[in-house]
Write a protein of this length. Structure first.
Lengths: 396, 383
């Protein structure tokens, strides 16, 4: 047993730190310092900076623009970017449809789509959920009917299509065989050009006041049949494969480490009867309780990383990362709110002599963090999956 | 980074699991509840022959010179069988105190026979109304002739009733000091006390107990660092044992969910119980990570790193480990409350481990007191 990173990995961590210190533009750095909301333009500018460095898709094969980093280096790169508060790149191209194209796409599909995902020229969104199909995704009703001229005609409504207003393309699940024996069997994985006639996007605010969510309406949208990825009616396999990618990143330990440090920094500035909360044993204990959870999650993540570095399939140690990581991120922001006390109600209002810049965005972040236990498969669905696949509990 | 066990460690784990299966199933722990000693010298001797009692102790004292990771591997297996021999009390807590405070001769004298399984030890460090304070105040060592006279009282001396010698902390003229007191010493009164987990502990009274200067471990005033190091090893060992205890309680629970039927179906089909089982599984995984962290760091010479890691791990045991065994009882229903079902034995052992060597509050406070806890926190200038 050895918990130390190898010297070459420590050296790589230094390289990443140096890169962030020199390459992150001042306006992004200013947003990071207050943990504010990055505009789409800022996210894409950061995307292009990482692209030029060759680090935008570190997990892709080198021949498609990957960075040729081992799993530990990828982990370190991600962790350092999280610790720096850098913009979170849109995951839909880089982490979702990209890897699926690499695994299931035709050569033509890879050549057409991968380079532009990499460069950031084309932005993607995800069309999975529907108003009537959330956790029960296989009940989705968006249809795609072969019109006999080499096109599928798509009709339906997708929802929670995050940042669809900025997207050039959407990967989605559509029902191509309504007569299939099981709901999962008649679904295909389809790439839709968001500029096609019949596509309408209606953005909506989240409770964190970011315009992250959209309803996306599809009315007689013509999509070439070559935009089906994998076998026709075989889309469910792709949907499930997506869950297996880059699991050590899902715990977001870097983000939680950064967030807990910010709680301490706020507590050092928050006075109660002249004494900083950070010097009050009651508050120290509450912070320490989350520090314990953070350390446990960190070692858990290292164990999953070790398995990955050894080329092993993700084991039980990685199945719990999403549940614990998302819960912890919420608990930390909730503690930040508690530390702020009456200031916790602040909604974007700028800092003043009684409100520190660290506090400005905590309220909105706390609100939006409620999404972490919902997206990527709710934590309840995660528990269903672990109960069945890891614990072997009986299915009714 | 490396999270794999070595070949030797895998063999050790196999041997320990075999030992539990053949020599010390839970039924034996149950039987030993009726025994005055609470454990069997023959089994202790066998553990010595297997080389288990000196796993992490120095070779010059007859130990194997291994690490606390070896101890972790062993104790997870022994914990799953609730093996009643006083492994942590004697081979970790008392032994590490002697190792850290004693000179080479003292280590050989007291550790070698224990490592062979011929003797057992105990550490007497706790006093009434002092919770987990390391500093002895109610036990005093006065210089007398060439030696000392010890007076005072110690509580919760695990294995004190059976130990051949006790390591006792006492306040000497130059500060807290450790002494080795043979069980046969005049003026030493040991009262056996029952515990929740039925592994006997003891209250010890020292009334004008005379010991020689050669029984003093290290110079006067050297006790606290040695005690702290010994307790860090014991806490890490407790997390490892707790992992075994909680893991076994969880295995019983899973089996129950897969066989017990109500409303015409296996109760494991109910989503509310499935999710509870997953919550237990998540805590177990976190506990395994923390057991590793504690085992690797509990001998770290860097105080901040060692204290932070051990305290975080022990706090995790007290919170997460208890959740597992409490929910194990809950998911068993009425049968879980009966003395005849094993799940209650695991529950009780975990309940004890939670408060041994520092409870959750103690360790959270300790974690928060380390400089690394405030690393990166810029404090505003006062005023």
């Amino acid at each position: 047993m050895d918990l130390r990173f190898r010297p070459e990995h420590l050296a790589f961590r230094e390289r990443v730190r140096e890169f962030v210190a020199t390459e992150m533009p001042p306006d992004l750095r200013a947003v990071a310092e207050v943990d504010g909301h990055f505009e789409h333009e800022q996210v894409m500018r950061w995307h292009r900076i990482l692209y030029r460095k060759g680090w935008v898709a570190p997990h892709w094969p080198v021949e498609w623009g990957g960075a040729g980093l081992d799993p530990t280096e990828r982990f370190i790169l991600n962790e350092e970017l999280e610790l720096a508060g850098a913009p979170h790149l849109s995951p839909f191209g880089l982490y979702m449809v990209g890897p699926l194209l690499l695994q299931f796409g035709t050569d033509a599909q890879k050549r057409r789509f991968l380079p532009k995902i990499l460069s950031g020229e084309e932005v993607w969104c995800q069309g999975y959920s529907e108003p009537g199909a959330g956790s029960d995704l296989a009940s989705l009703r968006t249809t795609a009917v072969d019109d006999g001229t080499g096109h599928l005609i798509v009709n339906g409504q997708k929802t929670w299509t995050t940042y669809a207003q900025h997207a050039d393309w959407m990967f989605c699940l559509v029902r191509t065989d309504p007569t299939a024996s099981k709901p999962q069997a008649g679904i295909s994985f389809l790439l839709v050009d968001m500029r096609s006639p019949g596509v309408t996007v209606r953005p909506m605010l989240t409770i964190g006041h970011t315009p992250a969510f959209c309803d996306t309406f599809l009315e007689n949208v013509r999509v070439p049949k070559e935009n089906v990825v994998g076998p026709l009616h075989g889309g469910w396999t792709l949907a499930k494969a997506l869950l297996g990618h880059e699991r050590t990143l899902i715990a977001a330990v870097g983000l939680s480490r950064r967030a807990l440090l910010r709680v301490k920094r706020i507590a050092a500035r928050t006075l109660d009867n002249g004494r900083p909360l950070l010097d009050d044993p009651r508050w120290r204990e509450r912070i320490a309780r989350l520090e314990v959870r953070l350390r446990a999650l960190q070692v858990q993540n290292w164990r999953a990383l070790w398995a990955q570095q050894q080329g092993r399939a993700p084991g039980p140690e990685s199945s719990v990362l999403k549940i614990r990581g998302s819960e912890l991120s919420q608990q930390i922001l909730e503690l930040a709110m508690d530390v702020m006390g009456p200031n916790a109600r602040n909604w974007f209002e700028p800092p003043t002599d009684w409100l520190h810049p660290l506090e400005q965005w905590v309220g909105p972040s706390h609100c939006y963090a409620r999404a972490t236990t919902i997206y990527g498969g709710t934590n309840e669905i995660q528990r269903n999956v672990i109960a069945k696949l890891v614990l072997g509990l009986p299915v009714r | 980074m490396d999270f794999d066990l070595t070949e030797e460690q895998r063999l050790l784990a196999d041997a320990a699991r075999r030992f539990v299966r053949h020599d010390s199933p839970v039924a034996r722990a149950r039987r030993m509840r009726e025994d005055a000693r609470g454990w069997e010298p023959d089994v202790w001797r066998k553990m010595g022959e297997l080389g288990w009692l000196g796993l992490s102790l120095p070779e010059r004292a007859g130990g194997a010179g291994g690490s606390m990771v070896d101890v972790m591997v062993l104790l997870e297996a022994l914990g799953a069988g609730l093996v009643p021999e006083p492994y942590i009390a004697s081979a970790v807590l008392a032994a590490q105190a002697i190792r850290h405070a004693g000179d080479a001769d003292q280590q050989s004298r007291w550790l070698a026979p224990m490592i062979e399984g011929r003797t057992s030890l105990a550490l007497a460090w706790m006093e009434p109304a002092r919770r987990y304070a390391l500093r002895p105040e109610g036990t005093v060592a006065r210089r007398e002739g060439n030696g000392y006279r010890l007076d005072g009282r110690k509580i919760w001396v695990d294995n004190g009733h059976a130990a051949d010698a006790l390591v006792v902390s006492a306040l000497a003229p130059d500060g807290p000091t450790l002494f080795v007191v043979p069980r046969s010493a005049q003026g030493l009164a040991v009262t056996r006390r029952r515990t929740i987990e039925e592994q006997p502990s003891a209250e010890v009274r020292l009334d004008a107990v005379r010991v020689g200067a050669e029984d003093r471990l290290g110079p006067e005033g050297s006790a606290l660092p040695a005690l702290e190091r010994a307790l860090d090893c014991a806490a890490a060992a407790a997390v490892a044992e707790g992992l075994g205890v909680a893991g076994a309680a969880f295995a019983l629970t899973l089996a129950h969910l897969q066989t017990r039927e109500q409303f015409g179906v296996k109760i494991g089909t109910f989503q509310v119980l499935q999710h509870r089982a997953v919550d237990m599984f998540v805590e177990l995984e976190m506990l395994r990570s923390m057991a590793i962290l504690a085992a690797v760091e509990c001998e770290n010479e860097h105080d901040d790193t060692r204290r932070g890691a051990v305290s975080a791990a022990k706090a995790q045991l007290s919170a997460g480990g208890r959740l597992v065994v409490q929910q194990a009882i809950q998911l068993h229903g009425g049968i879980g409350i009966t003395d005849e079902h094993d799940v209650g034995l695991f529950f009780k052992r975990m309940t004890a481990l939670a408060v041994l060597y520092g409870d959750e509050t103690h360790h959270l406070e300790r974690l928060a007191a380390q400089p690394s806890f405030l690393e990166g926190v810029d404090r505003p200038a006062p005023g």
